[in-house]
Design a protein around this ligand. Structure first.
Ligand code: CP3
Length: 342
């Protein structure tokens, strides 16, 4: 197995700086579009044969050092009684938003084997197809980001309803966070039992909170999830717009902090206190390609020089119009620039 990704997660010296990309299996890739056709992404994710195929196609097309389970953060919510669809170019739409204490009380507990058995079967099939070539990353949405979709009912920039519930109805809020924390622990625990080699917790939208509110309303739940996986597999914590929350995110116990491009990665290294750092090329640079992309890659590597635990990635997901060749060039140049001489 190519262990560079796990070596970096564990702060061992890897053979080269590992690379993988969020949304590496997505619409920018012709093989993905061919499998997807006109179907919603959830239909691919519910079919272990297709989901494993698109996950492994991406690894092979790009030459990355890790695969990621093909699923979506919304999928386990259905088992809790949340009905949703994912609208193309919009995002998740929830039919029955969760807005009151009664709504929270009506949520069911997730039974992973019964409710998301297809995800677990997808892990089995993906591991089989990867055949120990590279490790597989499992993932879940974090409670805050999932709550955001559940409360708003659709993608939202400022998460006003969600934050209003947090401030005005703390009992409902904490009840919702407890239910989601329980779900995420069960879900990730089962992914680990099925053999994922690492997990990433996506708290994509929590960057809209102040550090004080993060501490009051969110951090203990994230910490409980991280604690439940301690000593089992490396834990990566991703959050966009997180520069003001870095200290808080490090405090939740993740092994690797994944940051976006809005801050220099050198700032993340200073805050990471011995933990790994994942990131942080601007996804638009990967789309633009050329000299600007090469300079961006060089800067991320330069600022990470001599640091143990760097995982090279984009600051957020691969954009739809990105030429796959640009991502292959990023992988090649990161490997070439960081290869350890024997
Ligand atoms: O290789 C991979 O990373 C694919 C697996 C994956 C998907 N979603 C499949 C998907 C992963 C890791 C996710 C996580 C996810 N889903 C997040 C967290 C990461 C982040 O971007 O912050 C979030 C917030 C979602 C919710 C979601 N699902 C959104 C906002 C969208 C985009 C809608 C659009 O059309 O642009 C989706 C759809 C989705 N999930 C796609 C993929 C490949 C693209 C649409 C498609 O293929 O039909």
């Amino acid at each position: 197995m190519n262990t560079s990704f796990l070596d970096a997660c564990n702060r061992r010296e890897p053979a080269h700086t590992p690379v993988w990309f969020m949304r590496q299996a997505g619409r920018y890739l012709p093989s993905y579009r061919a499998v997807k056709g006109g179907r919603p992404v959830t239909e691919i994710a519910r079919d272990p044969e297709l989901s494993s195929q698109v996950a492994v196609d991406a690894v092979e097309a790009l030459g990355v050092d890790a695969g990621i389970l093909f699923a979506d953060i919304m999928l386990p919510l259905e088992g809790m009684g949340v009905r949703f669809r994912i609208e193309e170019n919009v995002g998740p739409i929830v039919e029955n938003p969760v807005r009151t204490g009664d709504d929270v009380g009506a949520l069911r507990a997730l039974d992973p084997e019964a409710d998301v058995g297809f995800v677990l079967d997808g892990i089995d099939a993906t591991l089989q197809k990867l055949d120990d070539s590279v490790p597989l990353i499992g993932f879940s949405g974090a409670p805050f980001t999932l709550a955001g979709y559940m409360v708003e009912g659709r993608p939202s920039r400022d998460l006003e309803r969600t934050k209003r519930m947090m401030y005005n109805d703390p009992d409902a809020w904490h009840g919702l966070m407890r239910a989601l924390t329980r779900m995420v622990k069960a879900y990730l625990g089962r992914q680990v039992s099925h053999g994922v080699h690492a997990v990433q917790l996506f708290d994509s939208w929590v960057g809209c909170l102040s550090p004080a509110d993060y501490r009051t309303y969110v951090s203990k739940y994230t910490r409980q999830i991280m604690d439940s996986l301690e000593g089992k597999v490396p834990r990566i914590h991703f959050c966009a717009n997180s520069s003001s929350l870095l200290g808080e995110l490090v405090g939740t116990g993740a092994d690797v902090i994944s940051v976006d491009w809005r801050m220099p990665i050198s700032d993340a290294w200073k805050a990471a206190r011995g933990r790994g750092v994942q990131g942080n090329l601007d996804p638009v640079l990967a789309l633009a390609g050329g000299a600007a992309m090469r300079r961006g890659v060089a800067r991320v590597l330069e600022e990470s020089k001599g640091r143990r635990g760097h995982i090279f990635s984009l600051g957020h997901g691969v954009l739809k119009e990105t030429p796959p060749e640009n991502l292959r060039a990023v992988v090649r140049s990161v490997h070439a620039a960081t290869r350890r001489r024997a």
